[in-house]
Write a protein that binds this ligand. Structure first.
Ligand code: FES
Length: 116
């Protein structure tokens, strides 16, 4: 299993924008550009089945398009009802041209589950 997932090119997302990155191994990821700083979370809302990439991003909060719960994309914290379970977040790795999510922890968990 890979330990890095390519999210986007460094110049691909303008500040305040976001993008869904499909990933079969760890689940879809949503990448956000907040004033030039990149963040990544799971794309699937923890309340029900909704893609957060289809929501609105404002002041570091992503609003789910289905029931309007909110998460802080910097921490994954669920901040507005009905969202109560936090989102998984990913450490960001930025290279000269590209932005990656570090999924090493998820790879370890998958390996441990295979060995169990
Ligand atoms: S599915 Fe996201 S708040 Fe309900």
């Amino acid at each position: 299993m890979t330990t890095r997932v390519l999210l986007c090119q460094r110049d691909e997302l303008t500040p305040g924008s976001l993008k869904k990155v499909p990933n079969a191994e760890v689940g879809d990821i949503c990448v956000y550009n907040l004033e030039g700083q990149y963040y990544a979370t799971a794309d699937l809302c923890t309340h029900a089945t909704a893609s957060l990439a289809e929501g609105d991003l404002e002041d570091g909060l992503i609003t789910c398009p289905v029931h309007w719960g909110q998460f802080d994309v910097r921490t994954g914290e669920a901040v507005t009802f009905p969202c109560e379970k936090h989102l998984r977040t990913y450490q960001i790795i930025v290279t000269d041209k590209e932005v990656f999510a570090d999924v090493a922890k998820e790879a370890e968990e998958a390996l441990a589950a295979d060995l169990a």
